[in-house]
Design a protein around this ligand. Structure first.
Ligand code: FUC
Length: 812
């Protein structure tokens, strides 16, 4: 096809047809620039709020959820979470006795499996004794990551602001009072679960007060973890009275509380590989580090802490906006949710859930923190459900599915650091595995045996195998590592971490695959996550499950692509190339389904037909093997999802949503999104398995992005799964496509109307949208850009790094 070249005049006329505020043809350069950015006119307010404090009726030790206790319904349903990656706090906004519940990711006891589990760090109560108040409001503002409480008691107005600062690693609360009464309250800390009867959860604590600082310090016995929490009380006006374990404030105008937490945990291989009591350096004391954080924060003062927090947080959060043609709702959040549950279609709540997911990801995973765990960064439990670990058969991956496409790759750095720390032990596991099962395959060079992992890890523990999830689990993990490169185009990362990881895993797979008589290579010790024997009972073990074969396929292909990008020529790449055609990962069964197991015939022959996991569709999402170039597989995947149904847990709905988006089944993707909000969302908009788990909140972020933009098949597809409910009018700003393109688009009446693409790495750009070959492309100087087109809906053009391109689709 010839290169397309459109005249600027034509371009101006087209733009004139659109209802955007452009000033006419004389101004075309400026117009194009304005259009190119597509920056939303104003930032929409995303806020959770309630006219009542959260109830706080306490936890119930009798109610055990996913092995976790005590279950605290009010904490899960009503409290608001803030966090800075490492540190989390749940706020109740109470006026009698405020409860600030603190979590820190390394604070762990034995947990429910006796191999470490995060546990509630501390409770801080602020006793106000304001039993009857007026004009009460508590909010969690997502634009600023600040929570507030305001009310009137008597003639006095009280205000609170809370935030968790990443740059200064402190929690900050400012309280103020205006009126005759002044601000009087008692700061009363509590170390929870000190009376634990089980040895694996026992701990010591010492609470001291020195002037304006309360210190909580102690040891959790299981790993001999030393922890310290300091609370500094800085008051203006009034009086501060230090007790033995509390601080009382009398008649102040304003009080700032600073909280810092630290432990002797250090993320390095030793925490995974050493024996329980050797994991930590017992000579380390967190005291100096905590004191220093408090000292520095106090020196900065509230206003500076706040402006540094806002600059940091907004720098991440503001990168992406999605407008589904909504109006900001004035309803309290639980009523907004109730209306939705009663069938009201509300694009504002759908946007709010998306942005809330991004907020929760920023709050629970940062460059220097441990990754987001099953509960993000939060736990009030003594024993957290499933130990609050990193589950590698879907949950931890789902946490990061939306990180790259919604321009928060920094949050994934936490996982990269975690991965690098556990990798040496994962290599040992591969050595053990091959040595035990295929001794003739064992290489003397340990690197040649690669690495492998099992399912449920945590900051102290990495399993070698999982009873119910096959070796594909590690391939599920490397998909994130490859995606990180594909989105960021960070070649140094690919060279140092991504490629060696992928290559190492392919080395392991290559040794662990067993040749069959028919010439195939199948994974033994294979499983499909959590599927049990047909008649219940134990986990189903097999040879060559779709999950395992699929992830070998994905990893093998990704490593070849990575090698090409880096110009690597390792001779082992030839082995990988030769193995790929022998994997036979996808088979269609007699019901027209994607088989989960090779020995399955009709759908549901093996395992629970309504099972939450859809691991045999992982090559549809997050993998790429099932794609539009294989319509039969796409059809079979769709049938499989129909058979499986949507009556499932929170995160499993989020996986279905992403899978439906990949199938371009816009209405079905939307239906499951609606169901997730209506059925698995709590009043504080946390999502639930149940119990509360963070993955669905983060997985739906990817789902919304995937409905609006896809980029997994070597091209960028616009509005691939736009449902009727969003079609009339809408826009997105700043979503990211693989190749590191930052994309903004507007649509109306279901049609793409404007598109702008910033090329952040200068990659070749391939775009897909119906009729795109008739479009016009301009660079940010207003110069027409020539492009190639091979099909009517596909254009491709070279880009310059840093340049923003404006694409004007022809009207359909
Ligand atoms: C996987 C899932 C469960 C749960 C657990 C934490 O094992 O199958 O549903 O999410 O992780």
């Amino acid at each position: 096809m010839p290169h397309k070249f459109k005249l600027p005049l034509w371009f101006c006329l087209l733009i004139g047809l659109l209802s955007i505020s452009l000033t006419g043809c004389n101004d075309s350069k400026e117009s194009v620039q304005k259009e190119a950015s597509l920056i939303p006119d104003s930032v929409k307010k995303y806020e959770l709020w309630e006219p009542e404090p959260a109830p706080n009726r306490g936890g119930d030790f009798e109610e055990i959820r996913a092995r976790g206790y005590p279950y605290d319904k009010d904490w899960e349903n009503w409290s608001y979470a803030i966090g800075n990656g490492a540190l989390g706090a749940n706020l109740f906004g109470r006026t009698d006795s405020e409860r600030i519940q603190l979590s820190e990711k390394s604070i762990a006891n034995g947990g429910c499996y006796d191999r470490g589990g995060i546990t509630n760090a501390a409770e801080l109560y602020l006793d106000f004794d304001h039993p009857s108040v007026a004009d009460y409001r508590r909010t969690l503002n997502l634009n600023d990551a600040i929570a507030t409480v305001s009310y009137r008691a008597g003639e006095t107005n009280y205000q609170r602001e809370y935030f968790a600062s990443y740059p200064d690693d402190v929690m900050v609360v400012r309280l103020s009072a205006e009126g005759p009464e002044g601000l009087s309250f008692t700061v009363r800390p509590e170390i929870p679960y000190l009376d634990s009867t089980t040895e694996r959860d026992s701990k010591s604590a010492n609470v001291t007060v020195d002037g304006e600082t309360i210190t909580l310090a102690g040891v959790i016995d299981f790993f001999k973890l030393k922890y310290e929490i300091q609370v500094r009380v800085i008051q203006q006006g009034g009086q501060l009275v230090a007790g033995s374990e509390t601080i009382e404030i009398l008649n102040a105008d304003e009080v700032t509380l600073l909280m810092a937490v630290d432990t002797n945990y250090e993320l390095k291989t030793q925490v995974f590989s050493a024996e329980r009591l050797e994991k930590l350096d017992h000579s380390l004391d967190p005291h100096d580090r905590v004191s220093e954080k408090i000292r520095q924060a106090a020196a900065l003062g509230f206003e500076q802490l706040k402006s540094r927090h806002l600059a940091d947080y907004r720098g991440l959060f503001d990168r992406v906006a999605v407008d589904l043609n909504s109006q900001v709702s004035e309803l309290p959040t639980h009523q907004l949710l109730e209306a939705y549950q009663n069938g009201q279609q509300d694009p504002y709540l759908e946007e709010l859930m998306f942005q809330y997911g991004r907020y929760l990801l920023i709050a629970s995973s940062r460059e220097n923190s441990l990754p987001a765990h099953l509960q993000g960064a939060w736990t009030q439990y003594e024993v957290t459900p499933w130990s609050g670990g990193y589950w590698h058969n879907i949950n931890v991956q789902m946490n990061y599915w939306g990180a790259m496409s919604t321009d928060l790759p920094e949050t994934f750095e936490a996982y990269i650091r975690y991965f690098e720390a556990y990798l040496p032990l994962a290599k040992q596991y591969a050595q053990d595995y091959i040595g035990e099962l295929y001794p003739e395959q064992l290489s003397e060079d340990p690197e040649e045996n690669g690495w492998t992992i099992g399912n449920g890890s945590n900051p102290y523990f990495l399993p070698a195998r999982a009873p119910h999830s096959g070796p594909g689990t590690a391939g599920f993990t490397t998909k994130m590592l490859m995606d990180y490169y594909d989105f960021t185009q960070d070649k140094a990362y690919l060279r140092e971490t991504g490629y060696p990881a992928l290559l190492g895993l392919s080395r392991f797979f290559a040794r662990a695959l067993e040749p069959t008589e028919g010439g195939l290579l199948l994974m033994n010790n294979s499983a499909s996550p959590e599927i049990r024997h047909p008649k219940g009972g134990d986990y189903y073990k097999t040879i060559g499950s779709t999950f395992d074969q699929g992830f070998v396929w994905e990893n093998h292909n990704d490593v070849l692509r990575a090698a090409e990008i880096l110009g690597e020529t390792d001779p082992f790449l030839k082995t990988i190339e030769a193995q790929i055609p022998r994997l036979d990962p996808i088979q269609i069964g007699s019901s027209g389904q994607i088989k989960e197991f090779r020995e399955e015939d009709a759908y549901g022959d093996i395992g629970d037909p309504k099972h939450r996991h859809i691991s045999h569709l992982c090559t549809l999402y997050p993998g790429t093997l099932i794609n539009a170039s294989k319509p039969k597989w796409m059809e079979a995947a769709s049938k499989t999802l129909d058979f499986r149904g949507n009556d499932t847990t929170g995160w499993a709905m989020a996986h279905r949503m992403n899978a439906r988006a990949r199938l371009k089944e816009a209405e079905k993707a939307y239906d499951v999104y609606r169901k997730l909000i209506a059925e698995k969302t709590l009043q504080n908009l946390w999502t639930t398995h149940p119990p509360f788990q963070i993955d669905a909140s983060l997985g739906l972020v990817a789902g919304v992005a995937e409905m609006l933009l896809q980029s997994h098949n070597g091209l960028i597809e616009l509005l691939p799964a736009l449902p009727q409910a969003w079609a009339e009018n809408g826009s997105f700003h700043g979503l990211v496509a693989r190749g590191n393109f930052k994309i903004s688009a507007k649509w109306a009446e279901g049609q793409l109307r404007q598109l702008s693409i910033k090329s952040r790495s200068g990659q070749h750009c391939r775009l897909k949208y119906p009729g795109l070959s008739e479009a016009s492309v301009y660079d940010e100087n207003g110069q027409a850009v020539s492009f190639e087109t091979t099909e009517s809906d596909l254009i491709s053009f070279s880009t310059q790094k840093g340049m923003t391109y404006s694409i004007q689709p022809a009207p359909q």
